[in-house]
Design a protein around this ligand. Structure first.
Ligand SMILES: [Zn+2]
Length: 338
């Protein structure tokens, strides 16, 4: 299936969903679907939020597994195999970039949330404003991403908050977590997950693997979504915290924790050239040659793992990042309060 086919399929499935008798199905913004069970008693745990859960896909237009997950979920809901247990929102982010087969069109949607009206110019910045209302009304939020280069494994990535960490651990016990705290990820506009967090929700992102409509990644993302339904229902109905126990199977090892030990940025029109063949979660040793940045040798500052290596700039002529290095941490290294 191509992205055009998937977008067409999505619109078809949305029309089919609107025929269901037991749900209120609406499209408050283009390529956004909200689904609420008609007989739904709002639990206290939902607070002032409208949606217990929102799933976002195509935040980057060429990370296509997300729309595969949304369509798979809609097909299962239409077949009555999956029950939608509470009000949810399904959001497709950067449609203009997706239709062009690109990561972004005029700017990065995942750096476009929370801008002042006067600072909104690009398609993505306008789209972020369109989607903001739904994200502000969301309690638990999962944003689906994929990496540019291959990845040895899927991994969660989000700014550290104890609720976000609990949510990720509860729905994806065996997935690695990359988290960070202190300085914001982006100084211009906000990422989706940070925007949800700043409005009192719980926001996380997952990188499923290298971009594309890969069935095993769609299966993984669908699994995380269905786990979210279970964990959030438990949280809302029992008034209990997210459980860490349900997804533990036998002696399966818990996913590991990482944070950044090195971030290599380039200025507008800066030059960088990475050593060929670098992939996500590839191990590196301190001093390893990574390539060049501004014509100077670029080396790993510590032992760790490669993250987000880039061979071309997503926005030519603009500042950006060439590569990051991850270091393993353990739960005791996480901030005590947030
Ligand atoms: Zn992405």
């Amino acid at each position: 299936m191509s992205i055009q086919n998937e977008l067409g399929e999505y619109l078809f499935l949305c029309e089919e969903m609107q025929k269901l008798q037991n749900f209120i199905v609406e499209s408050p913004e283009p390529y956004c679907l909200t689904i609420s069970p008609k007989k739904y008693m709002r639990p206290a745990g939902l607070g002032n939020k409208r949606f217990a859960f929102a799933l976002m896909a195509l935040t980057h237009g060429d990370e296509t597994a997300g729309i595969g997950i949304v369509n798979a979920l809609l097909r299962l809901a239409l077949a009555g195999i999956v029950q939608i247990p509470f009000p949810i929102a399904l959001i497709l982010g950067n449609i203009e970039a997706a239709e062009r087969g690109k990561r972004l069109w005029q700017s990065d949607l995942n750096r476009s949330f929370g801008l002042e009206a006067k600072d909104v110019a690009t398609y993505e910045e306008k789209r972020a404003r369109q989607l903001s209302g739904i994200l502000k009304e969301t309690l638990f939020f999962l944003d689906i991403h994929q990496t540019i280069e291959p990845s040895a494994c899927p991994f969660f990535i989000f700014p550290y908050y104890k609720e976000s960490y609990a949510f990720a651990r509860a729905i994806g016990y065996r997935h690695h977590i990359v988290t960070h705290w202190g300085k914001p990820f982006s100084v211009s506009g906000k990422c989706t997950d940070q925007f949800v967090i700043d409005h009192g929700g719980v926001g996380i992102s997952i990188e499923l693997g290298q971009r594309g409509l890969h069935p095993e990644q769609i299966g993984d993302g669908l699994g995380l979504t269905l786990n979210s339904f279970g964990e959030i229902s438990h949280f809302l109905n029992k008034g209990e915290h997210l459980s860490f126990s349900k997804n533990r199977v036998g002696e399966t090892e818990e996913g590991k924790l990482f944070t950044f030990s090195q971030i290599e940025k380039f200025e507008a029109d800066g030059k960088f050239s990475l050593r060929p063949g670098l992939t996500n979660f590839q191990p590196v040793r301190e001093g390893d040659n990574l390539g060049t940045l501004d014509e100077k040798p670029l080396r790993a500052n510590s032992d760790g793992f490669i993250l987000f290596p880039k061979y071309t700039s997503p926005m030519p002529g603009k500042a950006g990042e060439a590569i990051r290095i991850l270091k393993p941490i353990s739960a005791v290294d996480l901030p005590k309060a947030d």
